[in-house]
Design a protein around this ligand. Structure first.
Ligand code: ATP
Length: 460
């Protein structure tokens, strides 16, 4: 983990927030490479949810909402109590209700009297409170949202009407959430400010469990598509006692982080709890009229809720590798650090290298290749240092392709070959480049004209 944290800083993936002032616990900044990685991850999720299926629509809710939302959802009550844990029976109790609580020990007693060892009360006030407007009094209180979900519930009716969807259908959102975690730790894993990617998927009552299982498969396939193998994801069926009281079934998808097996995403069957609560509290109907059965009901909800930052961290951990390889120039054995990102997530897709920086024709041709590719994908031009060093640099940044413009590009290749796209390259053919693959370090030639289509297919 230490090596990954150091690489993240050295290469500009992730920095500590407010670093020059000693940092701020639980807050992180994404540098130039990190922001590209994170953006690619979110874009791919968004594409999978809202573009390649037509039963989910996108949404972007505000972070600040009417306090009534948090009262109705139960967050105000359940996020702000002082709690104590019993070290003996592992139960958790409201510190102010110890006398009236019943502990798990048999015969049942109240927690203070059963002999179990209690922790000091801790305020589990996970919501960040703030004031809306100039007057800081009780009536101005609201919170930074601790999850993105609630805005999708309270706008359910509006979204349903404008999108003319029928059940089952979903609303997808990516956005910041804030939790005043008691103990932020493990790099970005548990932060106080983080991003979530959530879908609220509305289904007919009675079909919730079926959809819960469909979503489990869907999400496992998604993690594979971003380079996290199925074998590294553990599916935890959350036991009854650990689930939220309104949930009728929850799967936690956990990843084998270097610091342990920890949650990436929760997929919960939330029944009709959220919509019912908001209907009750707001007095506004949030029912759905089912044209097939001519009945009205409150839809049930299955919610796959993933953390952006945790997934970025898992992707970084999965991609990180140290190897001993033969240097491509000297042939000597050397250590290399490589980030084997799935090409669709890689912050930079290709490095573009003139073989020599003091040969104007090589530089000009390289700039031309760069100009051709720039509108299509993120590429990086680099002329500093030996070609071997430049390859090593992009290995550490996880760039899947290196494109080298050399004398054969200008003068024609010495030997005929089969190109990266399977075309014949004849001896003497100009306008070809060396394409170098990050993972295999294999090099082959490709016509410049074939580069855009080849690379686009690889990074899709
Ligand atoms: P945990 O048990 O780890 O605190 P949770 O079960 O409270 O997580 P959810 O409320 O289900 O988390 O939130 C959905 C997702 O949001 C989590 O699976 C995780 O990826 C992400 N998430 C939650 N809290 C944090 C946090 N403090 N930092 C980073 N990501 C978080």
């Amino acid at each position: 983990m230490e090596k990954i944290v150091a690489l993240c800083k050295r290469r500009g993936f992730i920095f500590q927030s407010s670093e020059i002032y000693g940092g701020l616990n639980g807050a992180w900044d994404y540098g130039p490479l990190g922001v590209e990685l994170k953006r690619n991850l979110k874009d791919y999720w968004w594409k999978c949810m809202t573009q390649t299926r037509d039963d989910i629509v996108g949404f972007d809710g505000s972070i600040l909402m009417n306090r009534a939302v948090w009262k109705a959802s139960g967050h105000e009550a359940t996020f702000s109590d002082p709690m104590v844990d019993c070290k003996t029976c592992k139960a958790r109790f409201r510190a102010d209700q110890l006398d009236s609580s019943v502990c798990g020990q048999k015969p049942s007693k109240s927690p203070a009297t059963c002999g179990g060892e209690l922790t000091e009360p801790r305020t589990f006030n996970l919501m960040f409170q703030t004031y809306v407007g100039p007057v800081q009094d009780e009536s101005a209180i609201t919170y930074l949202r601790p999850e993105t979900a609630q805005a999708m519930f309270v706008q359910f009716k509006n979204v349903l009407e404008v999108s003319r969807k029928k059940l089952p259908f979903g609303i997808a959102q990516i956005g910041k959430a804030f939790r005043n975690e008691i103990n932020p730790r493990n790099f970005t894993f548990r932060s106080r400010e983080f991003e979530q990617m959530e879908v609220e998927f509305f289904v007919k009552p009675g079909t919730g469990h079926e959809w819960l299982d469909k979503w489990l498969e869907e999400r496992l396939a998604w993690y594979e598509a971003i380079g996290i193998p199925r074998a590294k994801i553990h599916v935890l069926t959350v036991p009854d006692a650990d689930r939220a009281f309104y949930s009728k079934g929850t799967y936690d998808l956990e990843y084998e982080f270097p610091f342990g097996i920890q949650e990436l995403e929760g997929i919960a069957y939330r029944t009709d709890y959220d919509l019912s609560q908001h209907q009750k509290a707001s007095g506004k109907p949030l029912e759905y009229f089912d044209e097939e059965t001519k009945t009205k009901y409150i839809p049930h909800v299955v919610e796959p809720s993933a953390g952006v930052d945790r997934t970025v961290l898992a992707v970084l951990c999965e991609a990180y590798a140290e190897e001993t390889v033969k240097d491509e120039e000297s042939g000597k054995e050397e250590p290399r650090v490589v980030l084997r990102f799935a090409p669709r997530l890689a912050p930079v897709k290709a490095g573009i290298f003139p073989l020599l920086k003091n040969k104007a024709e090589l530089v000009a041709k390289s700039r031309e290749v760069q100009k051709t590719l720039q509108p299509l994908m993120k590429v990086a031009y680099d002329e500093a240092g030996s070609i071997g060093k430049r390859y090593r640099r992009i290995d550490e940044e996880g760039t899947p392709f290196g494109i080298t413009i050399d004398f054969e590009t200008l003068e024609g290749v010495k030997e005929a070959s089969t190109s990266a796209v399977g075309a014949n390259i004849a001896a003497g053919q100009k306008e070809t480049v060396t394409l170098r693959h990050r993972d295999s370090m294999k090099q082959e030639r490709i016509a410049i004209a074939d580069l855009p289509a080849y690379l686009l297919a690889k990074i899709a």
